[in-house]
Structures are given as structure tokens and as C-alpha cells.
Design a protein around this ligand. Structure first.
Ligand code: ADP
Ligand code: MG
Length: 141
């Protein structure tokens, strides 16, 4: 288990950290991304997706639980489960479309799908530190 704590002072710094993290990811990995609204979760995922070769704009999923982006070697999934109030009332296949051995998945607001996501290898937590500063903790299993 490796834990790393970094402070960034602008969105570019958080994107760079995402890009760096991408270097240690491989197909099948799931990355849980926690933190309050505006803490930079999507910004970090954007940096990681870019580094994995995604060229489409990486935006917050709003009309579905997630987006899938094709990269040269993997499919990059980006989920935002903010509006998901417990998976037990949802179709259990909901997440299956986004996870799997050929994909790298980033999941914002994973708490309501904790049991489905307990195998996640990487966990990222972002915290506001005033103005544009963010504290970012990355734990890799
Ligand atoms: P979340 O997905 O956690 O709601 P977003 O990444 O969508 O957050 O938004 C973060 C917002 O905070 C953006 O408007 C971004 O420009 C701003 N921001 C300011 N400083 C930082 C930083 N150091 N890291 C990430 N985002 C930052
Ligand atoms: Mg977001």
C-alpha cells in the first residue's frame, strides 16, 4: 500500500497529478475519486484521461452515470454516482457497462456503490485548502 500526499495550487497542477497517476494504471484498474463539490475530482480525471490518450473533451457526466472514452490501448470510463442513492434499487448491470478487464474506470462519489467497488486498487481523496489550493491523497494498493 503506497500513500502519497500532494498539494496543488491550480487546476493544471491537479491535472498533472492525474497524468502522473495514469502512468501507474493498467487495464482493469478502478480508481475511486472522493472529495466535495469543486474539489477537483473531474479535473484530476481529465488529466489522467488525457495522459491515457483520450482526445475527446472530458466533462462531468450529467445525463447518465458515466462516459466512456476510447484511448489507444484501453477504454477510459468516467463515472459520477452523485445522484445514485444506493445501488440496491438500481439495475445491478448499471456499472457493468463501465467496468471490466479492458477498461480503466474513474468513479466520483463512489459511496453508494461501495460493495460493487470494493476491489478498487486506487483511491484518491481531494480536499479544499483555501482559494486554489487542494490537498490530494493518493493510495495505491
Ligand atoms: P469536482 O469534480 O470535484 O466537483 P471539478 O474538477 O469539476 O470538481 O472543479 C474544480 C473547480 O475548481 C474548477 O472550476 C477548477 O478550475 C477549480 N480549481 C481551482 N484550483 C484548483 C486545483 N488546485 N485543482 C483542481 N481544481 C481547481
Ligand atoms: Mg466532478
Amino acid at each position: 500500500m503506497a500513500v502519497r500526499i500532494v498539494e496543488t495550487s491550480d487546476p493544471a497542477g491537479t491535472e498533472s497529478l492525474g497524468a502522473e497517476l495514469a502512468g501507474s494504471l493498467s487495464a482493469g484498474d478502478v480508481v475511486l475519486v472522493r472529495g466535495e463539490l469543486g474539489s477537483g475530482k473531474t479535473t484530476l480525471v481529465r488529466g489522467a484521461a488525457r495522459a491515457l490518450g483520450v482526445t475527446d473533451p472530458v466533462t462531468s457526466p450529467s445525463f447518465s452515470i458515466g462516459h466512456r472514452y476510447r484511448a489507444p490501448e484501453v477504454v477510459v470510463s468516467h463515472l459520477d454516482l452523485y445522484r445514485l442513492a444506493g445501488l440496491e434499487h438500481e439495475d445491478p448491470e448499471l456499472l457493468a457497462d463501465y467496468l471490466g478487464p479492458e477498461r480503466i474506470a474513474f468513479v466520483e462519489w463512489p459511496q453508494d456503490a461501495e460493495s460493487e467497488l470494493e476491489h478498487a486498487r486506487v483511491r484518491v481523496t481531494l480536499d479544499h485548502r483555501g482559494a486554489d489550493r487542494r490537498r490530494i491523497e493518493v493510495t495505491e494498493g
